[in-house]
Write a protein that binds this ligand. Structure first.
Ligand code: UD1
Length: 336
């Protein structure tokens, strides 16, 4: 029988790509999204990609009555929980809102799941829980910490799930620590679509490429890295989406939880990413070096071996494909 999967935040960047991957793998995904950080036309774009009309509920994970209704009507078998706030700078200004959406939202969802007898959940965590990494590549048993309210909420969520799993053996959680998601779907129909000036590197470069921003501001070129700029582990969003399908399959198969990094195991610098994007869009994109951004670390990349071992996960797509798919998405979106 086809399993029905609730995707909270399923119209967002990673959620929408996971929707496509779940349909392809034979699941029946149901979206719950408040569209606070997703375009209203994502559902019809998903329909064009997958050839099937997505099930969409509009609302918040903080709405307990709505959650109860969704569980009753849709007969949900498991949940992938994306719905959260994710801007580091904003979290410093609005810690209460971050705790409310990311932690209270998780608690509200878990209570609705328990009431409905649903005990399997995939949780969107982040490499941000490693704080300043104590070694590279970063394995899952590295020290954890946080340097801002966003990181605090992600780590608090992980710890809550750990306590909950210990309290009742029916619970099984797939905790996925994302490194730096990048790129867009190969169709060019969905991708990252930030409302304001982006904080993150790839969407910022994309806006330079389409001419909405004049140049990339490189935050520091005096780090202890090969070219002096920050090094990160960029993972194609389609690989990331496939990681969710594998995590879900493992939870449904053996009912045991797991906590894994989702990254490639390779680091690339800001200047390398800019060069790769320039190649993808056929134009040398301008940049200027400015002082370091407060709170940034020099380098961060994953030890991806546990996800390979437990889930059979391997990122297959490189930075060339990330930049080409991002360019296809943003240049097409601008024309429409
Ligand atoms: C950031 C978040 C992290 C979150 C992740 C999600 C911070 C401090 N950290 O990570 O918590 O989980 O996004 O993807 O915001 N850069 C520039 N110019 C720019 C933007 C970025 O030079 O305009 C550089 C940064 O200094 C860094 C690299 O690009 O070296 C990547 O930055 P970003 O995309 O913001 O990701 P992280 O800082 O790794």
């Amino acid at each position: 029988m086809t399993a029905t999967i609730l995707l909270t935040g399923g119209a967002g960047y990673i959620g929408s790509h996971t929707h496509v991957a779940l349909v392809a793998a034979g699941y029946r995904p149901v979206i719950l999204d408040d569209f606070s950080n997703a375009a209203g036309d994502v559902p019809e774009r998903l329909a064009r990609i997958s050839g099937t009309e997505p099930r969409v509920w509009r609302g918040s994970v903080l709405d307990a009555a709505l959650l109860d209704e969704i569980f009753a009507v849709e007969r949900i078998d498991a949940v992938v929980h994306f719905a959260a706030r994710k801007a580091v700078g904003e979290s410093v200004r609005m810690p209460l809102e971050y705790v409310e959406t990311n932690v209270v939202g998780l608690v509200t969802l878990l209570k609705a799941m328990r009431a409905a007898g649903v005990f399997r959940l995939v949780y969107s965590s982040s490499a941000t829980v490693y704080g300043v990494p104590d070694r590279l590549p970063i394995p899952e048993d590295a020290a954890t910490g946080f340097t801002n309210p966003y990181g605090y909420t992600k780590l608090a969520g992980e710890q809550l799930l750990e306590q909950l799993a210990a309290s009742d053996p029916r619970w099984a959680f797939g905790v996925l620590r994302y490194f730096n998601p990048a790129g867009a779907h190969g169709s060019g129909l969905i991708g990252e679509d930030p409302r304001d000036v982006p904080n993150n590197l790839m969407p910022y470069i994309a806006k330079v490429a389409v001419g909405e921003l004049p140049e990339l501001r490189v935050f520091g070129d005096d780090y202890d890295t090969p070219d002096g700029t920050g090094v990160r582990d960029y993972i194609h969003v389609e690989d990331l989406a496939e990681g969710h399908v594998l995590s879900l399959a493992a939870l449904m198969r053996d009912g045991r939880g797991h906590l894994v990094n989702l990254g490639t195991g390779c680091g690339f610098s800001v200047l390398q990413m800019l060069a790769a994007y320039s190649e993808a869009c056929g134009r040398r994109l301008p940049h200027v070096v400015v002082p370091r951004r407060a709170g940034d670390i020099a380098a961060c990349w994953a030890d991806p071996s546990r996800a390979a071992e437990l889930l059979g996960f391997r990122a297959r797509r490189g930075i060339g494909e990330m930049c080409a798919s991002s360019w296809a998405w943003v240049s097409r979106r601008q024309r429409n």
